[in-house]
Ligand binder design. Structure first.
Ligand SMILES: [Fe+2]
Length: 242
């Protein structure tokens, strides 16, 4: 199988920490360029740049100013791969978000899609659900839940995942989780097949322990569910960007 040949318009990596010196991702411009080079070699042609935004730690304007500087340094770098970039953020779901009147700068596309990181503590599902619902009604955003595979209590309970999809959320999975064991792989494939996982990403942070590995996970999806499922994931990502 040649996944690069099967995606003529190129893959979309919907979750990366490539913007240099923004968070715990790329710690220099050369590392950021290496990460992009690696993704390009794997057939990725569109990259969402999604540095962490922790609203309880940093003011929104300060974050946005840092992001502009990092983005400018990246896109003006000599040797930058020919790719499409989308400046966004991985936004931590926090009550501090409600201190603002407008969060659109953190979002992607005309539907104001926001890549949301859920709390990793033991908050009851109902509380998380209510916060997402409130975020949608306050700001008119369309939530895209980041790496659902990293929240076992939600991920393992199909009712929870379906409730979030029915609320209007799109859901992203980290591709490396498809190599994390047979049970998690089966679960992810089942969710993709049933329309509960909509987009994929590497969530890459560096060129070491969390490097950009797009191909391995995509190959698992293509082998199990066919090329049409891979194409649908690409279409979903592009539809968010419109
Ligand atoms: Fe992330």
């Amino acid at each position: 199988m040649n996944t690069r040949a099967s995606a003529p318009t190129g893959f979309v990596d919907c979750h990366t920490h490539i913007l240099p010196c923004m968070d715990d991702g790329a710690d220099s411009l050369p590392v950021a360029l290496q990460m992009l080079e690696s993704l390009h070699a794997q057939g990725v042609r569109t990259v969402w740049l999604t540095p962490h935004f922790y609203p309880y730690k940093e003011n929104l304007n300060t974050f946005l100013a840092r992001r502009v500087n990092a983005y400018r340094s990246l896109i003006s770098a000599p040797g930058l791969m020919n790719m499409q970039f989308c400046a966004a953020s991985e936004v931590y779901l926090s009550d501090y978000l409600f201190n603002y009147t407008d969060l659109s700068e953190l979002c992607i596309g005309s539907r104001n899609s926001m890549l949301l990181e859920l709390p990793f503590d033991s908050q009851p599902f109902e509380r998380i659900y209510q916060k997402i619902d409130k975020l949608m009604s306050y700001f008119g955003i369309s939530p895209v839940l980041a790496h659902i595979d990293r929240y076992p209590k939600i991920f393992q309970d199909k009712k929870h995942v379906e409730a979030l999809v029915n609320l209007g959320c799109m859901i992203q999975v980290n591709l490396n989780s498809l190599s994390a064991g047979i049970l998690i792989k089966r679960k992810i494939l089942n969710y993709i097949e049933n329309g509960c996982i909509h987009i994929v990403g590497t969530d890459c942070h560096n060129m070491g322990s969390r490097k950009p590995d797009f191909t391995a996970g995509i190959s698992v999806i293509e082998k199990a569910l066919g090329q049409h499922s891979v194409q649908q994931l690409i279409l979903n990502a592009r539809s968010i960007m419109r």
